[in-house]
Design a binder for this molecule. Structure first.
Ligand code: MN
Ligand code: MN
Length: 474
């Protein structure tokens, strides 16, 4: 037998995760993916993420922080901020003032919202007037089945939850595209970013006039839709003003590829990090040394604004509550000291190298599907504008943690220099003084209605978060 060639200690070997994963872990990866697929098939808004996660947390013994008068190591709690920003924590052995370990993801995703006056009629067809949210490629939204998810709050405060288009027996909505036969001037000759104007993202919601109404009555198709909504949900046109209803693809998450190596879903960015960090928190073995916290934010896709985003004071509230309930000082200095010693994984996705679109990437510094979780040193655009650039010292600690614990990882940038770019919640934690680095699986088709991640990268994201919670100390 030929003697195995010696490894060169000074050369970094990059390996496909499928080549190195053990059969035991491969099985675990598919167990995680199965659960993730069913989660993603029903969770399609940030509110639904928060609600379903609270259900899971409570099943695992987590209790609302409002019910606690004190906390001790091993206690499990969660904070629900306005049903859109969720935090969950397992209290560790070390004092909170010595820093905590946070995995922060965002659970809002690019989608289409309804306008405040949502339903209108034109040419005896009824539509939902819409306004898109976040960075969508508008031309990817027509001609797919859409579901409507969200809440309508009635004047007496009753919150009506709406989900239409998910049950097999439900009708769906869809945005119609122009027939190619007559699209030459109105669409095909245009710049692709203008091919489907934002005002055209209105789905067809009805085509049947209410024949019970008087002959002279106007907008009978729209009125029939309002009647159907009133009969099913007890909501009026006035109730719809200001409602939060989102248009999302009506399909389920699925394995992708004949080998089932990947997962396709609406909203991997960033619920793949949301789900895997939640799973990692639930799976912490024993009482962690440092308090382990998972944060799930809203509004990242529109610049982290508002009181459910990573820029909100609720982030500090979490640490202040922990200090207070564990009997520590809650003065500003103690809170600042806690932040100074805190480590944050800004858990968000990167763009995977796509051989169909080679020109957009630097192949030597792109994350590849199946090569493990991506530890992104910096984000931003152009000359690293608005980047969070992780300190080399912290980055090196994370590399060592992953190496010591068999977490398959890679690095990469978001495309070529000057090709574009993006940001994450990392900056908000860096501003508070914490050590922070971006990390998460790489995605194909990022920000499209059906994004693709690898089973392997999803698993190693989960494992990275788990070892971070269990083993990272400053
Ligand atoms: Mn993201
Ligand atoms: Mn995004």
């Amino acid at each position: 037998m030929a003697e195995e060639k010696k490894k060169l200690p000074y050369v970094l070997e990059k390996k496909n995760g499928w080549e190195v994963i053990t059969s035991d872990e491969r099985e675990k990866a598919y167990q995680l993916s199965d659960k993730y697929i069913s989660f993603m098939s029903k969770v399609k808004t940030e509110r639904e993420f928060v609600k379903e996660s609270i259900r899971i947390l409570e099943e695992e013994g987590f209790v609302s922080i409002d019910k606690k008068e004190s906390l001790k190591p091993g206690d499990k709690v969660y904070w629900n901020f306005r049903n859109k920003f969720l935090t969950a924590a397992v209290v560790g052995k070390d004092p909170v003032s010595k820093g905590v370990n946070i995995v922060a993801s965002h659970v809002d995703v690019p989608h289409i919202d309804i306008k405040p006056y949502p339903i209108y009629e034109d040419s005896e067809l009824a539509y939902i007037n819409s306004h898109y949210y976040g960075g969508i490629k508008k031309f990817t939204w027509p001609a797919i089945p859409l579901a409507l998810h969200g809440v309508v709050v009635k004047s007496d405060g009753e919150v009506v939850e709406v989900v239409i288009g998910e049950d097999e027996s439900d009708p769906v909505l869809t945005i119609t595209d122009i027939a190619i036969h007559i699209a030459r001037k109105i669409q095909l000759g245009k710049n692709i970013s203008e091919a489907v104007p934002g005002e055209n993202l209105d789905p067809l919601v009805g085509s049947v006039p209410d024949t019970e109404l008087d002959e002279k009555e106007k907008d009978k198709v729209k009125k029939y839709i309002l009647k159907l909504l009133y009969n099913k949900y007890g909501i009026t046109e006035e109730d719809l003003v200001g409602a939060e209803l989102q248009l999302v693809p009506a399909w389920s998450a699925r394995y992708v590829g004949l080998d089932k190596g990947a997962i396709g879903a609406f909203g991997h960015d960033d619920r793949v990090c949301g789900y895997t960090s939640l799973a990692a928190l639930l799976d912490i073995e024993g009482v962690p040394q440092r308090t382990a916290i998972a944060m799930f934010f809203d509004k990242e896709e529109i610049g982290s604004v508002g009181n459910t985003s990573s820029a909100s004071y609720f982030v500090d509230r979490t640490l202040a509550d922990l200090l207070y309930l564990t009997g520590e000082s809650t003065d500003a200095r103690t809170l600042m000291l806690a932040w100074d010693s805190t480590a944050v994984l800004s858990a968000d996705v990167d763009a995977a190298y796509d051989p169909l679109w080679k020109g957009a990437y630097d192949p030597s510094n792109s994350p590849y599907l199946g090569y493990g979780v991506t530890l992104t040193k910096y984000t931003g655009s152009g000359g690293k504008y608005h980047a969070n650039d992780a300190h080399a010292e912290f980055y090196a600690k994370m590399k060592k943690l992953f190496k010591d614990n068999s977490v398959v990882w890679q690095t990469g940038e978001l495309g070529k220099v000057d090709e574009g770019g993006g940001g994450t919640v990392a900056g908000d934690f860096a501003n508070r003084g914490a050590d922070v680095v971006d990390i998460g699986p790489a995605v194909l088709g990022l920000h499209t209605p059906f994004e693709v991640v690898s089973v392997i990268d999803t698993y190693y994201s989960y494992k990275a978060f788990k070892v971070f919670y269990e083993k990272y100390t400053k």
